[in-house]
Design a protein around this ligand. Structure first.
Ligand code: MEV
Length: 438
């Protein structure tokens, strides 16, 4: 077996697959068959997917589900969710239904500012650098006019550029810290192009700045890149109702429920071990919508978790209170999303999902995503503080276990009937299947 290869990317798709199958699988033909089973029969569609990334060998499916009945700011929507975890869509749908009869979700955009930085080293007099920056600041705008023209026409562009002295952290380290408005695009390409031009302008102007010494003229740009930390690109989602309205079949004592719920949120606010899991539950909803709408869930994850640590300790993204008999539960999260550009016009299912959401603006999409996160968190905390999480989880997970054992329709029916009245666990289901098959 030889597990290294030069020029893998130059091989054809078939050659790549053959190499993988022959190097890593005892029965290569089975591995090849499996990969091909996931190819799309529509060759144009397949080619589209092949070209999203390098070295594509097949497609990796995860389910696309829908959580209907989301009442948001008085309007009903069905939210698309791409996720593999069995209970997530069911939980979102359950929360949506619960809140639809209690005033629905309110979502508001707090701000939409994006950030990018040019990180550079300047060896010299800080005051001179400050004067130099003030002198050339307008040039950063004029040198990027061609790049920003379209964005300006759409009402966006560069908002501001600051010089930041970071020499207390690293000797001679400074930044150009720029803020942007990118309207309906996530803006990564726009921001990075502007930043790279800022870096060129910075270097050129420094080389010709008469007050600088020879060493000061040699500004060294280390890198120019957007930040995925966007604490000023914020959306808030909220639900609220009189405590007595929380009552339903599984919440016989709403006052007690509300108190336990608020206590659970409080624990996540002060205890990082719990906060991480609490926020993971929020991200179940957020990532699923971010992915379904063709946005960058890694960027969102990184930014959201940095925001959760903004006070110096990792903490809950959501909050809850009881005030004058009113229960309120909300979250505020940073989300840099786009509904134009990137995958949004390329991936047919992303287009489908955006159409289902009635072609939202980036701000509207921020609201959908934040609401999905809050709904998910509500469902999790509701289960955790009442029945416990496993009841619902295992009910949904039962199908996965049954599929693992290739049960027949008759067995499936029988097993589901049995576990309506028995606690589901992996071993209990396996034992029951074995009993049935004896
Ligand atoms: C599981 O994917 C998510 C939960 O653990 C979230 C939580 O504990 O709040 C149920």
């Amino acid at each position: 077996m030889n597990n290294t290869i030069a020029g893998f990317s130059k091989l054809s798709k078939e050659e790549k697959i053959n190499w993988i199958a022959n190097n890593y699988f005892s029965t290569p033909s089975e591995a090849i068959d499996l990969l091909k089973k996931y190819w799309n029969s529509d060759s144009i569609l397949q080619q589209l997917h092949d070209e999203f990334i390098e070295n594509t060998i097949t497609n990796f499916y995860i389910p696309l589900g829908v959580a209907p009945n989301f009442l948001i700011n008085g309007k009903n929507s069905s939210i698309p969710m791409a996720i593999e975890e069995s209970s997530v869509v069911a939980a979102a749908a359950k929360s949506a239904k619960f809140w639809a009869t209690r005033g629905g979700f309110k979502a508001t955009i707090i701000n939409t500012e994006k950030i990018g930085q040019v990180h550079f080293i300047y060896k010299g007099d800080a005051k001179k650098l400050k004067d130099f920056f003030a002198n050339i600041k307008n040039t950063f705008f004029s040198d990027t006019e061609a790049l920003t023209k379209n964005m300006r026409q759409r009402g966006g562009g560069i908002l501001d550029i600051e010089l930041r002295d970071k020499t207390e952290l690293i000797p001679d380290y400074y930044q150009l810290h720029a803020t942007f408005e990118t309207k309906d695009s996530m803006g990564a390409n726009f921001i990075n192009s502007c930043l790279e031009q800022f870096a060129k302008t910075l270097k050129e102007k420094a080389e010709n700045y008469e007050s600088f010494t020879a060493e000061e003229k040699e500004i060294e740009v280390i890198m120019s890149i957007l930040s995925n930390y966007v604490p000023n690109c914020l959306v808030r989602a909220e639900v609220s109702c009189p405590i007595e309205d929380l009552a339903e079949k599984h919440i016989p004592n709403p006052e007690d429920f509300a108190k336990r719920f608020v206590q659970a949120v409080r624990i996540a606010e002060v205890e990082p071990y719990r906060a991480v899991t609490h926020n993971k539950g929020i991200m179940n909803g957020i990532d699923a919508v971010v992915l379904a709408t063709g946005n960058d869930f890694r960027a969102v994850e990184a930014g959201v978790h940095a925001y959760a640590s903004k006070e110096g300790q990792y903490s809950s993204l959501s909050h809850a209170k009881i005030e004058n008999g009113q229960f309120t539960f909300w979250l505020e999260i940073p989300l840099a999303l786009g509904t134009v550009g990137g995958l949004t016009s390329l991936h047919p299912l992303v287009k489908f999902c955006l159409e289902m959401l009635e072609k939202p603006s980036a701000q509207e999409l921020m609201q959908f995503v934040a609401v999905a996160g809050l709904a998910q968190n509500f469902a999790a905390l509701r289960s955790l503080t009442t029945t416990g999480i496993q009841e619902g989880h295992m009910k949904m997970h039962l199908n996965n276990i049954l599929n693992q054992f290739n049960v027949t329709e008759e067995e499936r029916h029988n097993i589901k009937r049995h576990f309506k009245h028995h606690t589901i666990s992996h071993s209990a289901v396996v034992n029951y299947i074995e009993e049935l098959r004896k």
